[in-house]
Ligand binder design. Structure first.
Ligand SMILES: Cc1cc2nc3c(=O)[nH]c(=O)nc-3n(C[C@H](O)[C@H](O)[C@H](O)COP(=O)(O)OP(=O)(O)OC[C@H]3O[C@@H](n4cnc5c(N)ncnc54)[C@H](O)[C@@H]3O)c2cc1C
Length: 481
């Protein structure tokens, strides 16, 4: 089974158990106060990552007055601010594309600006040796190369994007669609009345405020609204799994890769020694090459750090500060020992610490490991995912279906979850909570919200034929009738 990071990242830290003193039992009472309501919208989307941007833009394009709230100053979430700019598994190993819609539109727009790179369509599922070796040399095999049933290495449809152009393009798409953006705004709690989510509380430089909406979409990645609604959540992650890790990502620029390659080819033993010296001195000398034409001499480092507490700020503080130290130390050692890195510098560390796992809903349909082997669509299928990461099982079951019910929490109305907090167990999340998947959840949530608002019906009652029609109109790829 191809495991995330295998052959790409050779070091996995063990989940650590660092915990500070918890003053449990001591509380304070907050004073009751009047809070100004700053918007009364149709749809409020919380979080401007892959799920949230897809949701807000789709809802607005379909006529809903939509507000998008984001805690940082840019859109894109982990795909831009987290520097994890690889959008994988858009087609299956046989070259059949399954993810279209918002995700494909985003990639197409970036391609037109020279800010996306992917293999040519005729090569998806093909075995062109030059292309295969390009991705393997870049340390991108996990995202681009698989073995087919004949043991041949084939290329997948995966795209890399320029995160800065990505932020700008998402702003353009949102503003063109008529989404009202509120950046630098932290959402702190849902407003719930009689099991109906009616709005959200926010904190920002403008103070504590409230926004009301007919439909609220949680696209915070971590399901931040879920702690305030009466619904069941799960947060189990298998230690050592992909989702049980924080990611600290940084980019090193001005690397002379020709010099590095020349040295690696002519002096493999010396390279091994240099790598060993860096490792012994506490550095991590592993990197991935940037694939974009205008990023020659840029390499990316994804440090993965095991953790089972990804919504705990003490843990995040520890991870951020220790990973930052290791990053700078590694680069100093690479400069010292690796030919080609002499003039390099760390151009950017991700403004957003990478989170892969966290709380998830146990919704109206709970996706589990068994659902990955299911070959039939659901009666309310909102997305089909290429299943490329489960080795032999993927060859047998190259598609995975997702029902609309997996976005709907139990026990509350007015709330849709359109991010990696969707309803799934840890095994399903391990494979299907990536950027393209969350964009599909977002597109479906936005379309469903627009229908619910227009018809004046609860989100749980949205007729599937209407939802399917809107998704197809938006370019989504869905089961044929
Ligand atoms: C190291 C690492 C590498 C990865 N590599 C890849 C990869 O190569 N390809 C891939 O497809 N996936 C990758 N992933 C997974 C992928 O990044 C996520 O699954 C995906 O971004 C999830 O999208 P999302 O919309 O659910 O959440 P996010 O991308 O986390 O977006 C959530 C957004 O909500 C905002 N937000 C959060 N809380 C609040 C709040 N309370 N108030 C206001 N705003 C809020 C955040 O600032 C953010 O903009 C990686 C993850 C990690 C950690």
């Amino acid at each position: 089974m191809a495991k995330y990071g295998e052959g790409v990242y050779s070091t996995y830290d063990q989940p650590h158990t660092f915990r500070r003193l918890n003053l449990s039992g001591i509380t304070v009472t907050e004073a009751e106060r009047q809070v100004p309501v700053i918007r009364d919208a149709d749809v409020i989307v919380v979080g401007g990552g892959p799920g949230g941007t897809a949701a807000a833009i789709t809802a607005a394009r379909n006529g809903a007055r939509t507000v998008l709230l984001e805690r940082y100053g840019h859109l894109g979430g982990m795909a831009t601010g987290g520097l994890v700019n690889i959008i994988p598994n858009l087609a299956d190993i046989y070259g059949h594309q399954w993810i279209g819609g918002f995700c494909q539109e985003f990639i197409t727009r970036l391609k037109a600006r020279g800010a996306a790179d992917f293999p040519p369509q005729e090569q998806w599922g093909g075995s062109d040796p030059a292309l295969v070796s390009k991705y393997l040399k870049a340390n991108m095999g996990h995202f681009y190369v698989r073995q087919n049933a004949d043991g041949q290495r084939v290329v997948l449809y995966t795209a890399v994007i320029d995160p800065e152009v990505g932020k700008d393009e998402l702003n353009n798409m949102a503003l063109d669609a008529g989404v009202e953006l509120l950046l630098h705004t932290w959402v702190t709690a849902p407003i719930v009345e009689n099991g109906q989510v009616k709005g959200v509380m926010v904190e920002s430089k403008s103070g504590r405020q409230a926004l009301l909406g007919k439909v609220i979409i949680d696209a915070t990645g971590d399901g931040d609204l879920l702690t305030g609604v009466p619904t069941e959540t799960v947060d189990y992650m298998r230690p050592g799994s992909r989702i049980a890790q924080f990611g600290y990502v940084y980019w090193i620029a001005n690397v002379d890769l020709e010099k590095y390659d020349d040295f690696a080819e002519k002096h493999p033993e010396e390279l091994k020694e240099a790598t060993q010296k860096i490792t012994e001195a506490g550095g991590k000398p592993f990197f991935t090459r940037g694939l974009l034409e205008h990023q020659k001499g840029v390499v990316w480092v994804h440090r993965l750090l095991g953790s089972l507490h990804q919504t705990d700020t003490e843990e995040m503080t520890f991870i951020d500060s220790s990973a930052r130290h290791t990053a700078v130390r590694s680069w100093e050692l690479m400069k010292q020992y690796l030919p080609g890195f002499e003039q390099s510098f760390i151009m950017l560390s991700a403004p957003q610490l990478g989170t892969s796992g966290g709380r998830r809903i146990k919704g109206k349909y709970y996706l589990t490991e068994d659902d990955m082997d299911r070959d039939e669509p659901y009666p309310d299928t909102i997305a089909i995912f290429a299943d490329n990461d489960r080795g032999k099982l993927s060859l047998e079951h190259p598609r995975t279906y997702v029902p609309y019910r997996a976005l709907l929490p139990e026990g509350v109305e007015g709330l849709i979850v359109a991010c990696r907090a969707f309803s799934a167990d840890h095994e399903f999340s391990e494979f299907f909570n990536l950027i393209p998947h969350c964009m599909c959840f977002g597109q479906a949530a936005g379309a469903a919200a627009a229908i619910a608002v227009k018809e004046g019906i609860p989100v749980s009652q949205v007729p599937y034929d209407r939802l399917k029609a809107l998704l197809l109109e938006g370019g989504a790829i869905l089961p044929e009738d």
